[in-house]
Design a protein around this ligand. Sequence first.
Ligand SMILES: [Zn+2]
Length: 443
Amino acid sequence: MKTVLFAGVLIVLVGAPAALFFLSSSSALDIDPSPKALASENSLAVKVDNPHGVRQLNLRLEQGGARSYASVQQPANRFLFWRKKLAPTTQTLQLTAKPDQGFKSGPATLIVEATSNDLRGAVTSKTYDVVINLAPPRVVADGAQHYINQGGAELVTFTVSGYWTEAGVKVGNYKFRSFPMPGSKNENERFCLFAFPWDTPENTTPLVYAANPAGQEVTTQFWYRIKPKKFRQRELDLTDTFIDKAINEIDPGSPAGDKLQHFLHINGDIRRSDNKTLADLRNQTEPRFLWAPPFQQLSNSKVEAFFADVRSYMYGGKKVDQQVHLGFDLSKVAHAPVVASNSGKVVYADRLGIYGNCVVIDHGYGLQSIYGHMSSIGVKKGQMVQRGEELGKSGATGLAGGDHLHFSMQIDGVQVNPVEWWDEHWIHDRIQSKIPESAFAKP
Ligand SMILES: [Zn+2]
């Protein structure tokens, strides 16, 4: 009897803490976004996943003998913690790396450490290699004169210094990537092919910018002159035949309902989504010039519509919609051969909503050409094509009333007026004169 009682006491005295000990858990830790560069003041979001929460969360930054700390505490919970099932939380801590604390620009080590809020109080830690960056990058643009057409393109060269991870050109809300200057061994010597988008006010100043991951950004101006463009206004009469064709071809099987509403969905939402698909092809560009001047227009074709025509859609005598036409409509004869405007790599060859059968060719450094409404496609994604090589036949697939080629160009996902690229003089003055000749493909 005495032994049993003794054993019982022993279980209470030793067993319960042992059980509590084994019920204790450890933490999963992560800093999101992952800290790569720190400035003198930093706000770091630490994700903590522990069903019992954490009693103590520490951040420690070390660089040589310099140290800085940040921490948060919770009241200890050593016994009833096992009743808790906490969801992962994010705690934001402020951490400094100031010169008066002994820090300077350069590599450092960041340690995050969490103590579980339970009996065992397991300590979990994670170490990050970071770069302290106490100076913003510097950027110097070229001294050339930049004449820019609204809706068109231009190229600027510049040099970045300091620690940076992103550099290019900003035009209003648009950003364009830069690339290392071909032939230069210095990654800091860059060029950026950018657009002055058709929907950007003419008084917008294009800026070269450079940024580091600590959020420090610098910009610089360069000499430029914008040539404003008056885009045409056009009325387009919608017939029931045209609407039926659009619905059957582009969005069949959708709940019927009002025919006009269905058409407006295609002309608005589907158009936007198709343009996003085209814009995203910017991520499939080669970092080299695949083309040589000039770009070739569909020969002997008639221009039916211009870039950035503002179209009012009329139905039953009323204006029901307005959209901007981001390309050239070129007509010839039905099922005319459609050829590559220049050499490059096919990055899209498939149906694409309002564009019907569509081919996109990447010419390198973010420059791409777009061919829409084709009756047939004769190339495959990934295939290299030469200027003048047949891509398929013209047609009226997608949102097209008759057989024609919809042709457009885009820079870093922003559609631009292709007319500049058909002009050898423009290409020479605006593009080639700023880049070593050897960088271009052999014509
Ligand atoms: Zn068109």
